[in-house]
Write a protein that binds this ligand. Structure first.
Ligand SMILES: Cc1cc2nc3c(=O)[nH]c(=O)nc-3n(C[C@H](O)[C@H](O)[C@H](O)COP(=O)(O)OP(=O)(O)OC[C@H]3O[C@@H](n4cnc5c(N)ncnc54)[C@H](O)[C@@H]3O)c2cc1C
Length: 292
């Protein structure tokens, strides 16, 4: 079948990869290059920080962790131990079954997972997709109905809502700071008073975060917020005390009450992955192939 995937972020490229492997003639139509997408800004820590119970999330995470494990030869991927905080009186999240080296001590849950240096990985993934024969066209799709294909996959991230006439999709703004990596061998996420702090080392740089501003859609970095992130991350990981500040990034998560993955006529929607698109991309791609 002739399939056009609208969107060249991690979700669109993962779909294009799986669809080409399944024998479809695939075109990716994307407004921007992979390196310009929200996916390229992400921290790249593989676990789903979702608050809603959605059984699909565990399955999708499990599939993606497996893919990242089998892709260890790819640039930008490595597995490291780390920990998150989770209500001491809460049962462990179901997706924990996808992780290895799991430990629990009160509100701290430790596990080993993949850390993906997104700009490096996305460039590699785009090459893999091209090598499978997928064509890429650059341009902005104004209407899914106008796309000339047997099936269209809506993987346009935050723009996917407007293309689908879905007003439940909102930007969830996140600001990050990159520090020089002093050679950290673990990652950390902690939550205090509703504020999430995370440290995700990628070898040359450490991604420090973060913020979550629901409904805010501008990309201007806030210097005061950046300074507060650096302060919190240095308190969490004292080895970052002297690490040079390399820069600040801002991205807009495609926030939705739940991921939209369904087929309506000749359109398969795959958008609204919030703060977990890198974590869910491969599992969702399998479901897209199934629906087509
Ligand atoms: C600060 C921050 C930190 C994050 N950290 C993590 C993390 O650690 N782990 C994790 O799993 N997730 C993380 N995320 C979430 C993750 O980045 C997103 O869920 C994911 O990038 C969504 O991918 P996507 O491909 O759907 O969208 P995008 O990456 O936004 O890609 C959308 C694509 O669609 C194209 N497009 C848009 N409109 C059109 C149009 N009309 N026509 C054609 N093409 C169009 C764009 O050019 C782009 O190529 C983070 C996000 C942010 C902002």
């Amino acid at each position: 079948m002739r399939v056009t995937v609208v969107g060249g972020g991690v979700v669109g490229l993962s779909c294009a990869h799986r669809l080409a492997e399944a024998g479809h003639r695939v075109t990716v139509c994307t407004a921007g290059k992979p390196g310009e997408s929200t996916s390229a800004v992400a921290g790249g820590l593989i676990y789903p920080p979702m608050l809603t119970a959605d059984e699909r999330v565990t399955r999708w995470t499990d599939v993606s962790v497996g893919v990242y494990r089998r892709s260890l030869a790819a640039p930008g991927i490595r597995f490291l131990p780390g920990s998150i905080t989770h209500g001491a009186d809460q049962p462990s999240p179901p997706w924990l079954s996808a992780m290895t080296d799991v430990t629990r001590d009160g509100e701290r849950i430790g596990f080993t997972t993949a850390l993906v240096d997104m700009p490096v990985y996305l460039a590699w993934l785009a090459e893999q997709v091209a090598a499978l024969g997928v064509r890429t066209e650059y341009g902005t799709v104004a209407s899914l109905a106008e796309v000339d294909a047997d099936v269209v996959v809506n993987a346009a991230g935050l723009a996917g809502g407007a293309l689908a006439g879905d007003d439940t999709l909102v930007p969830v703004r996140g600001q990050l700071v990159h520090l020089a990596d002093p050679g950290l061998t673990s990652w950390a996420v902690t939550e205090e008073g509703g504020e999430v702090t995370y440290v995700i080392p990628h070898g040359r740089h450490v991604i420090c975060g973060g913020t979550e501003e629901i409904g805010r859609g501008d990309l201007d970095p806030d210097p005061a917020v950046a300074a507060a992130i650096v302060r919190r991350c240095r308190a969490l990981v004292p080895r970052l005390g002297d690490a040079a500040v390399l820069g600040t990034r801002v991205g807009l998560r495609p926030g939705r009450p739940s991921v939209r993955l369904e087929r309506i006529g000749n359109v398969v929607h795959d958008y609204g992955h919030g703060g977990a698109g890198i974590t869910l991309a491969w599992g969702c791609a399998d479901d897209v192939v199934e629906l087509i």
